[in-house]
Each structure stands twice: as C-alpha cells, then as structure tokens.
Design a protein around this ligand. Structure first.
Ligand SMILES: Nc1nc2c(ncn2[C@@H]2O[C@H](COP(=O)(O)OP(=O)(O)OP(=O)(O)O)[C@@H](O)[C@H]2O)c(=O)[nH]1
Ligand SMILES: [Mg+2]
Length: 619
C-alpha cells in the first residue's frame, strides 16, 4: 500500500498499476494545504497503529506529524508603494479583476494601509482596526498644535505656523468631528474632544467587520469612508456639518480585506500603502512594518515621470525600505500596461542577493505624446520605425486615391439621380396634361350632346308651331377638338418632342393643337421612351450606388488598417519609452545600490575600503 498526493484528497492506492506517477493537480495554495493536512492525518493514524521498528522513531514521527497539523497557509506579502495618484489601487483592482479598493482621479485617495488576502468564501470581508485611544489622542495633540501655531490660543495671539498645514490638520479633525468649528479648537484639549464625542471615542481600539456579497456594495458604500479622506468642499456642500456622517479614515490603523480573487489563492497578500506621508505615527508604524516584512516590494510610478520619480529612488526611503535594500535585493523592473516587459539587471547578481525583490511598475503607459517621444528618442532614425511610417504613408495615399474615386462616384450618382428626377417630373407633367386634355374632350362631348338636344327640341317646337321644315342640318354644330383622342400638340411642340432624345424631358410634354397621326401618337411614344429612359437610369443609379458602396467599404477597411498602424506606431513609441526608462532606471538603481553599499562599507571599514572594487560585482 502506498499513498499518492493527487488532487485535493489523498487516495490509497491498491496495486502497482495505480502507482504510476500522476501530476499534482491542484495549484491553489489552500487546496494544496488541505491535501497535505489530509495526508498527514492519514499518516498519523498509520504511525499510531503501525510498527515502525523502534519506539523513538515512532515518537519522532508522531511529533512531526502532530506539529504539521498546525500548518497554516503560507503567505507572500507584496507591498505596493508609490506617490499618490500613481495608480497603486488601480493596479491592485486590475490584478484582482474587480473594484475592491477605491481609486480617485481627483485627490489623494488611499489614506490607510490596506491589506488584501484570499477569502475562500465568495463574499468580500474586511476587518477595520481603529487606532487606540492613546494613538488618536497623541495625533490630536499634534493636529491641534498645527492649528494653534496659526490661529493662536487667545484672540490676537496668532502664531507663525503654516496655514496650509493648519488647514489640513483642521480638515482631518473635522472629518471625524463634523460639528466642530475651527475657532472652538483653540481652547479644547484632546481629552475634551474625546470626552465630548463618546460615540467616536468608543470605537477607538476596536475592530469593525464588514461582509458584502459583491464589490459594488463593498467598495462604494462600505469601505470608502474607512479608506478615503473627505474631499474638502465637495462633501461640505453636499450636507451641512451637523448632518454629515463622520469620515472615519483618520481613526483607522489598518484595513484587512479578504476577497475571492484567484490571484490571491496562491497565498499572495497585497498591501496597498498610502501614497501620502502620514502624520499618524501608528499608521506610519504599520506601513513600516509591512515594508520591513514584505517578501516583494512593488514601486509604482507613472511612466511619464518614472525616471524622475523620487519614490523610486529613495524618496520613499523609510527605515523599512532602506533596511530591505541594504540587506541586498534582486532588483527587478516590471513595466505593465497593455504589454508587460520584465527586465532583470544583467550579470553578476546571482547568489549575491537575498530572494527578496523590488519590482518597479510603470503605469499609464498608454498616456503618450507620440511626437514628443519620437523627438526625444530620435525614433525616426530607426529602420523599424521608418517601416511603420512608410506603411502609414502608403495607406494614407491609398486612402486619398480612394477618396478621390469616391467623390467621383458620388458626383456621378448625384447626376444620375437628378436625371431620374427630371424624367419623372416630365412624365408626371405629360400624364397630367393628357388627363387634362381627356377631361377637356369629355366636357366638349358633353357640350355637344347638350347643344344637339337643345337643337332637336327647338326643331320639334318649330315643327309643331309652323310645320315648316328646317333648312339647317345638325352638321352645323361648332367643330370641337374631338378629332384627337389624346391631346392637341402644336407643330412646335411636336417638333420639339419628336426630337426628345436631345431635348430635356421637362421641355417637352406641353399641349399642342396638331391633329396629325404622328402628333396623336407622340405622347404615348414619349411616355414609353421616358419610361425606358427611367429604367436604364435606375439601373445606372443602382450600379453607381454599388460602386460607391464598394469605394466606401474600401475606405473603411483602409481606415481600420490606418488605425491599426497608428496603434502600432503608438505601441512602438510606448515600448521604446519603456525600454529607455527601464535602462535609465536600471542605471539609477544600480548607482543607488552602489552608493549604499559603499557608504555602509566606509562606515564599517573606513581604512580598508577600496572604491575600485564593486561590492556586488556590478560594473
Ligand atoms: N490613463 C491611466 N490612468 C490610470 C492608470 N492607472 C491609474 N489611473 C488613474 O489614475 C488616478 C489615480 O489612481 P489611483 O489608483 O487612485 O492612485 P493611487 O496610487 O492609489 O493613489 P493614492 O491612493 O492617493 O495613493 C485614477 O483616476 C486612475 O483611474 C493607467 O494605467 N492609465
Ligand atoms: Mg490608492
């Protein structure tokens, strides 16, 4: 019998066929731990009941297996630091693929240390630890000092403090105690403030717990007030001071979030460090602790200013970071955005460094002024870039040619449509005039019938009164224009319509008075001709529209290709900027490390220090 670790639960294999090696199937740290614990439990039972040949051996096994039962999930702490607005929280949200921590494009946003670890449950949970009463009282003392340095304690007693710092201090106090006015603070002690606000004071030293089903309710509604400071002006306009809910952020020591995000299932713990220097010692201590104990440190800076970012070069040199660097680090630079480029310092580092690491993450790589980059990095001298530009030029020329064709097709189509309109108008007019003539003829016949009837009646009257026969026949009725069954066309009209091929249709179609057969047939022939013209014009219109559509499609396709090429151009510039920044950063990091090594070596052995020897083997 043997045991195989395979999947979350161990299996007892019965025969040799089952002993062939199988890959370990689960990579989730939680699952692996469970598997390990299950195996240990089985082993423990076997060792307890079995015979290992010696009592001592059995005891050692039992002790080891029992201590293994207390194993917890290993965690890898990744501290994320960088200037405010660098995009730390956005980066974490991107990694977690959810909006867990609040971000802001308007103000310093994350004001407390936020630790994010894995939650086996699907909910998003958080433990929010408040400062102790002592920590908050001590901070209040400092804040009041800042305010009093400007306002003075008594009227006319204004000090010489910094108004900006005093305003920031007041803002912080007002966030927690919205009802307090600045002039009240001159005379209040921290203890009085605390005693006057028991509802707030009672929360000090406690832990708030939150559990929400999703990030929408968690991030926006629940966690924001603990993590973010208020935005002066925006909040105060929204509500009056007394109505406003206290912003608890200044009172928070640490926020620990647990969420069900796959990247954290490996045991990674992400720590979002505030981007602004903190006045609260309790919080500074928390941040420093994370900096000291972190396994990895990610320094985040927008690529646009990465090489000048003080945070990246020791501006963030808090004790923890300095110590980590002095202990020796593999310096890794990561650039993420659309493309991730990993750059390891070349040569001579293996074995000299601990397995801690600094990772430099450049954000906002898509924020790029292409023209500037081309000029600064002289990209137009690079063959690769020239190829992109040539291709773009070619595509633009093709587009211009196609646009010219498209304009021609548009104009031709417009002309065809105009001709169709003309022919249709002429046909309509001709039909209208034929209808009018028919009506006229009908009226004439009617008149004729009426006049015949009246003549017959008067003849009858004559016959009955004088019995004298009439000398006139009914033939004497005035001639009407019924000789034509269609229309009367003047010879002029007939001539003009007879040559309708060369005449604009609307010039034809008038009425005339000729009664010749040709004139009588003319309207019908003309209608037939124009109808035929209309048909061929419509076909022309259709094929013109098709040609236009093809030209338009070709242009759209070209525009897509141009856009794609433009993107390629931008991506190329972005990559070149990343490469160039990375090279500069590497050089600067190397120099920084070297300086630190040398300072340390001088301090330790000032007499034997030789600056020609590189301590880390770096050139
Ligand atoms: N264009 C662009 N904007 C980004 C990127 N990353 C972050 N931002 C924006 O930058 C602003 C600041 O981002 P945050 O993630 O709040 O920055 P932060 O570093 O956490 O800032 P603090 O919490 O104040 O320390 C937000 O408006 C983000 O939407 C990026 O890669 N590209
Ligand atoms: Mg943030």
């Amino acid at each position: 019998m043997s045991l195989e670790i395979c999947g979350p639960s161990p299996q007892v294999l019965q025969n040799d066929a089952e002993l062939s090696p199988r890959p370990f199937q689960t990579f989730e740290a939680q699952g692996a731990l469970k598997t390990g614990l299950d195996v240990a439990k089985l082993l423990l039972e076997s060792v307890k009941n079995g015979d290992l040949g010696s009592k001592v051996r059995q005891d050692i096994w039992l002790r080891d297996l029992e201590s293994f039962q207390n194993q917890t999930l290993p965690s890898i702490i990744i501290a994320v630091c960088g200037a405010t607005g660098a995009g730390k929280s956005s980066l974490l949200n991107a990694i977690l693929d959810d909006n867990i921590v609040p971000t802001s494009g308007m103000k310093a946003c994350t004001s407390v240390v936020v630790e994010i670890s894995y939650n086996q449950e699907p909910t998003i949970d958080a433990d929010i630890s408040f400062l102790t009463r002592q920590e908050w009282e001590s901070e209040l003392t400092d804040l009041l000092k800042e305010i009093r340095a400007v306002d003075g304690v008594n009227d006319g007693d204004e000090g010489e403090g910094d108004e900006e710092e005093a305003a920031a201090a007041f803002q912080k106090i007002r966030d927690v105690y919205p009802s307090l006015k600045r002039n009240q603070l001159a005379k209040m002690t921290p203890a009085e403030i605390l005693n006057n606000h028991p509802d707030i004071t009672s929360r000090l030293g406690t832990i708030d717990r939150i559990s929400e089903p999703n990030s929408a309710s968690f991030s926006v509604i629940k966690i924001k007030k603990y993590i973010e400071n208020s935005l002066d002006g925006v909040v105060s306009k929204a509500k009056t001071r007394r109505q406003r809910e206290a912003y608890l952020c200044p009172l928070i020591r640490l926020v620990q979030i647990r969420c069900h995000a796959a990247p954290l299932a490996t045991g990674a713990v992400l720590v979002d460090l505030p981007g602004v220097a903190d006045t609260n010692l309790g919080r500074v201590e928390v941040a420093n602790r994370y900096l000291q104990k972190c396994d990895f440190l990610w320094i985040v800076a927008p690529i646009t200013r990465a090489v000048n970012d003080k945070t990246a070069f020791g501006g963030y040199s808090r004790k923890g970071l300095r110590e980590s660097v002095e202990n020796g680090l593999v310096v890794k630079l990561f650039f993420v955005s659309i493309i991730l480029i990993r750059l390891l310092l070349p040569g001579g580092l293996d074995g000299n460094y601990s397995d801690s690491a600094i990772t430099f993450i450049a954000t906002k790589t898509e924020d790029i002024g292409v023209t500037e980059i081309i000029r600064e990095l002289e990209l137009d001298e690079k063959a690769e870039f020239q190829n992109i530009l040539t291709c773009l030029e070619q595509l633009s020329n093709n587009k211009m040619a196609l646009s010219f064709d498209q304009n021609n097709e548009e104009r031709a189509l417009e002309r065809t449509k105009e001709r169709i309109r003309d022919v249709k108008d002429s046909l309509k007019n001709l039909k209208k005039s034929l209808k009018a003539q028919k009506e006229e003829k009908r009226q004439a016949k009617k008149r004729k019938r009426r006049s015949r009837a009246s003549q017959d009646a008067s003849a009858k009257r004559c016959r009955s009164t004088s019995l004298r026969p009439l000398g006139h026949s009914t033939d004497t009725v005035p001639e009407t224009s019924d000789s034509s069954d269609l229309t009367e066309l003047s010879s002029e009209d007939e001539d003009s319509l007879g040559s309708a091929d060369q005449t604009k249709p609307e010039q034809a179609g008038g009425t005339g008075s000729t009664h010749s057969p040709r004139a009588r047939n003319f309207p019908r022939d003309q209608i037939r001709k124009w109808t035929k013209d209309l048909q061929s014009l419509r076909m022309e219109e259709e094929s013109g529209a098709q040609r236009l559509k093809l030209a338009q499609d070709d242009i759209k396709q070209l525009e897509r290709e141009i856009l794609e090429k433009e993107r390629e151009k931008t991506a190329y510039c972005s990559l070149q900027r990343s490469d160039s920044s990375a090279a500069q950063l590497k050089a600067l990091f190397r120099k920084k490390l070297r300086d630190m090594d040398e300072n340390k070596a001088i301090k330790e052995n000032p007499d034997t220090f030789d600056h020609t020897i590189s301590i880390r083997g770096m050139s």
